[in-house]
Design a protein around this ligand. Sequence first.
Ligand code: BG6
Length: 296
Amino acid sequence: NIVHDADGFPRVKLTESGGSSAEVLLYGAQVVSWKNERKEELLFMSRKVIWKPPKAIRGGITVCFPQFGNFGALEQHGFARNRLWSLDSCPSPLPPANNQSTVDLILKSTEEDLKMWPHRFELRLRVSIGAGKLTLIPRVRNTDNKAFTFTFALHNYLSVSDISFICSEVRVEGLETLDYFDSLMQRKRFTEQADAITFEGEVDRVYLSTPTKIAIIDHEKKRTFVLRKEGLPDAVVWNPWDKKAKALPDFGDEDYKTMLCVDSAAIENPVVLKPLEEWKGQQELSNVSSSYCSGQ
Ligand code: BG6
């Protein structure tokens, strides 16, 4: 059940019995909306988003493949986000007693893609919503006759309360004491010293080998996102802040105040796939209203 909305982008709408919903575009397999049971949008979407291929959609959840960011010679964040995916006609079976609402999408390498990245692949994404949670399961299959490597990220634009406010209590827990590459410092490696990550300026970091659970706590909205991930050892934290926001044509000048990207990623150690092998990752975003209890 693909629907066409006013922006002209075919999409699949998922709803679950508790009242939460999500929307997934075929373009880029991009999740562009996730609403809780109170119909509050949980993902950020730029006010100046350009709904025009081949521009990637600025917001929601972007699939970055076969390259994260500019960690390689391909276009930024790879090409998968700028391709039209299809419904997957033979997805892997769903687990039993599954009360989730799900869509399976697939992207296969084309002759055009092979000119840029000479490896045949199948990239699948399963998107499911359940009560209070959104699960994404990416899988990459090597359909070529030689091995290849790739980096990967699910680039999550989370909607937060004004992060620029001097007393803002938006913070990220779970990354303390970890090493990170700082993309604002020629990717130099540092060790996180703070107890929790808080924000007072531009941040663009790749935290390495993180725990499987990260919490993004938004005291003002009384909302906590809990990000659980498997097969995606790294985590990217990004906010462009005011100056970079102004330089991005598809990003409102003030938009940086209400977004924070915390991505699930495999960057430091690229994934290696031999012919016919398959890699699988998983991320679950859950949304907990009320203050976060670290014992959860
Ligand atoms: C982040 C990167 O994941 O994505 C940043 O760490 C980058 O370096 C940002 O600027 C946005 O990328 P893009 O290509 O969507 O503008």
